[in-house]
Design a protein around this ligand. Structure first.
Ligand code: ADP
Ligand code: MG
Length: 481
């Protein structure tokens, strides 16, 4: 795809890079340093100097789909039979999913103390195919979706840089974007609902939103942007941040099953951790996850929302006839089907054997995915072959799904990263994320919307491009016809 600005002289580039870095520091598109981590310092979050071009029609399609996908995930999460049968084989071999499922099963059988769930969701896409390509879903994230806090700042940066280059006439190609506000509003709405309907305490300042966080947080300002957006609109809402290990000693249930932490009552428990096995170093972190699920706090996500976002569920949703179980409108079903790549189960049956044989013969056409979140776990290329061969006929393979590989179009750009002085014109590929908010219970959905977007762009040579730990960078679309 053509990039939005063509040629920059070396002098122009050097001036621009310095200005761009300082703009991002001043406006807070920053993170904690990975080397020499310090609570007193921040550095720029990796970003693309110029916005990446993106086909307008596909962008709009992704936006329009979000509320339908939200509803789909909501229904999936409330279908006990579907979750149980879909994850049945997976939980026999995948410890992490099994632990989550055990918590789910426990609270399901007890009856949910809080039937409302809050979702701060992100559906991810890459473009695939000829003529700019069509959006294909990479995955949908139901827990700890990141960059909603920084994405809006990056959109403003892009407007700044285009103006700086004298392209005021192009600003309208940068779409309006404020997902921090969207997430903040949804958290605020959940807090108000809890306060009105469930709170035991009558002291407003004691009823809080709890951010459940990792011990060491690099992407801190992404979280703070959401927190401060809540405070700006609703100063009465107090937010506290605690780790799972801290909660293991500090969290308890009150007489009405309200979640108490120190002398606060938790209205909303918002997870920015908990999606990886490493987040639960001992039984006490698992125990506290269960305790939180048993409480009347509104969870973001609840354990069933979390399970609905697993890769195994994503694969099962692509099986012919399965979407029809959840959605009635055939036009909506067709739209959703169009964004799916081929997804295949590796169960120990004839279809699983066929998928394995096909992937071994054509590994470049596929990605092998375990039930993991957070980047860096997928298997590509020839490693697919050796991996599948090593677990041939073994149950272990049912922990994975096989997905057709997406080949997105390349684009030239410059990546700016803290400490890197070698800024070069390179080829990049982008992944579009659309943010959704959702709140509801088994009987109804009370909040369902699309609240913004982000691009995560990586050098094309990398299979994956996490922004915090990998080679990727924050970006936003520059819409082209
Ligand atoms: P995670 O939960 O680890 O983020 P993803 O499914 O999003 O798992 O995969 C991580 C990354 O791997 C994606 O951001 C994308 O860069 C790459 N990836 C995933 N699926 C595909 C695919 N089908 N084709 C090409 N790249 C993919
Ligand atoms: Mg992902």
């Amino acid at each position: 795809m053509q990039s939005c600005v063509t040629h920059l002289s070396e002098l122009e580039l050097n001036d621009l890079i310095l200005k761009a870095k300082d703009w991002n520091i001043i406006h807070g598109c920053i993170m904690r340093p990975r080397e020499n981590f310090s609570l007193d310092q921040a550095q720029i979050c990796p970003f693309l100097l110029l916005p990446s071009s993106y086909p307008k029609g596909e962008f709009q399609k992704a936006k329009e789909l979000q509320s339908m996908l939200n509803e789909l995930m909501h229904k999936v999460a409330h279908d006990h039979e579907f979750l149980s049968s879909t994850l049945k084989n997976t939980i026999e071999v995948d410890d992490f999913t099994r632990k989550l499922f055990e918590i789910y099963q426990t609270v399901y059988l007890e009856g949910f103390a809080q039937t409302l769930s809050l979702g701060l969701i992100r559906s991810d896409y890459m473009l695939h195919g000829s003529e700019g390509g069509e959006i294909k879903q990479v995955e949908i994230n139901m827990i700890s979706t990141s960059f909603a806090g920084l994405a809006g700042i990056n959109s403003n940066y892009q407007k700044f840089i285009l103006e700086e280059l004298g392209f005021k006439n192009k600003l309208s190609n940068i779409p309006q974007n404020d997902p921090a506000n969207g997430f903040g509003n949804a958290l605020g709405r959940a807090w108000s609902t809890y306060k009105e309907k469930f709170a035991v305490s009558t002291v407003v300042h004691k009823i809080i939103i709890l951010f459940i966080v990792e011990d060491v947080v690099y992407n801190l300002f992404d979280q703070r942007a959401i927190e401060f957006s809540i405070n700006e609109k609703s100063p009465e809402i107090k937010v506290i941040r605690r780790t799972l290990s801290e909660l293991a000693t500090k969290a308890r249930l009150g007489s009405k099953k309200e979640l108490l932490v120190e002398d606060f009552e938790v209205a909303v428990a918002y997870y920015r951790t908990g999606y990886q096995l490493e987040a639960y170093p001992s039984d006490k972190e698992w125990d506290v996850r269960l305790l939180i699920e048993r409480s009347t706090a509104i969870k973001c996500p609840s354990i069933h929302y979390h399970l609905a976002g697993t890769k195994k569920v994503q694969q099962q949703l692509s099986v012919p006839g399965v979407l029809e179980r959840f959605l009635i409108d055939q036009a909506v079903i067709n739209k959703i089907k169009e964004i799916f790549m081929g997804l295949y189960s590796l169960d120990l049956d004839e279809d699983g054997d066929k998928a394995v044989a096909e992937a071994i013969s054509n590994p470049q056409k596929y990605v092998l995915k375990p039930q993991r979140e957070g980047g860096g776990y997928n298997i590509y290329g020839d490693e697919i072959k050796s991996h599948l061969e090593s677990m041939k006929g073994s149950k272990e393979r049912t922990a994975f799904i096989l997905m057709e590989r997406i080949y997105p179009p390349l684009q030239k750009n410059y990546l700016i990263r803290a400490g890197n002085t070698d800024v070069r014109l390179q080829d990049f590929v982008s992944e579009l994320g659309i943010y959704g908010v959702l709140m509801g219970d088994e009987t109804a959905v009370y909040l369902n919307g699309e609240v913004g977007h982000v691009l995560r762009t990586k050098p094309s040579a990398y299979n994956e491009g996490g922004i915090v730990f990998g080679a990727g960078a924050i970006d936003n679309p520059y819409l082209v016809e």
